[in-house]
Design a protein around this ligand. Structure first.
Ligand code: ADP
Ligand code: MG
Length: 242
């Protein structure tokens, strides 16, 4: 059984179809990338998976459970799915440690000492030891984004969704964030990510999906999608980005 199964998902905004019958299976430990022009529906698809948007048709199963069922427990689903955005969205008035321990303590009722111990372990693992007491504005963009990723990991999700997590960073800071995504993959984390970094996408993905106008036009292993795309629209897109 797939860890995540997206089956015939449609989403409309103001009468416009932004997702048009998306089908996608994600297996445990798999890294799936979504590529496509701005406005093709990549973020909307991730937001539907995390229940930040409701789907208008189709179903999404997480570990076999229909999370798009209106009776699904949204908090419980979000416990199992971490999401990180382009803009880091850290709470500016809270220390790094408090940002990371907020969800484990409030949503998961983890004891303070235990949540803090785990946060310190994660900070050390991602090269941010010594930053626990810092506030977000005292960190570089790359460090803030690493904290945002750690915050998403703190609830021990089954699946991580990463939406253009390097797009807001200066080029020299991109690599430190890509490095931790690589480490997450090596540790077996299942991920769906959107990115404009085609080299990185090719390197890290097990499956690459090309979206165009809300349609999943083509998907396959990176070698196939980048070197022998079958669909003319995929070829056209790849020509425009290299
Ligand atoms: P991508 O992430 O691929 O750039 P998005 O998923 O952000 O694409 O957007 C797909 C389309 O949906 C765009 O036309 C965008 O304007 C529209 N859209 C996204 N979110 C909303 C919203 N909350 N309300 C109205 N339109 C939206
Ligand atoms: Mg987007």
């Amino acid at each position: 059984m797939s860890l995540l199964s997206i089956d015939g998902v449609w989403k409309h905004f103001h009468g416009q179809s932004v997702l048009r019958g998306i089908d996608l299976e994600v297996n445990a430990h798999e890294v799936v990338s979504l590529i496509g022009a701005s406005g093709s529906g990549k973020s909307t698809l991730l937001r539907c998976v995390n229940l930040l948007e409701t789907v208008d048709d189709g179903v999404i199963l997480l570990d076999g459970q229909d999370i798009t069922d209106p009776r699904a427990d949204v908090d419980d689903v979000r416990k199992r799915i971490g999401i990180v955005f382009q803009s880091f969205n850290l709470f500016p008035h809270m220390t790094v440690l408090d940002n990371i321990t907020l969800a484990p303590r409030q949503v998961h009722r983890v004891a303070k000492a235990q949540a803090q111990e785990q946060a310190h372990e994660l900070l050390a693992r991602f090269g941010l030891q010594g930053k626990a007491r810092a506030y977000p504005d005292q960190l570089s963009g790359g460090q803030q984004q690493r904290v945002a990723i750690i915050r998403a990991l703190a609830t021990q999700p089954r699946l991580m969704l990463l939406d253009e997590v390097t797009s807001a960073l200066d080029p020299q800071l991109v690599v430190e964030v890509l490095t931790i995504i690589r480490e997450l993959k090596d540790s077996g984390m299942t991920m769906i990510l959107t990115t404009h970094e085609m080299g990185f996408c090719r390197d890290i993905s097990d499956t690459v999906c090309f979206l165009d106008g809300g349609v999943l036009v083509e998907k396959g292993p990176p070698e196939q999608l980048f070197e022998a795309p079958e669909h003319p629209r995929t070829r056209e897109f790849l020509r425009s980005v290299v």
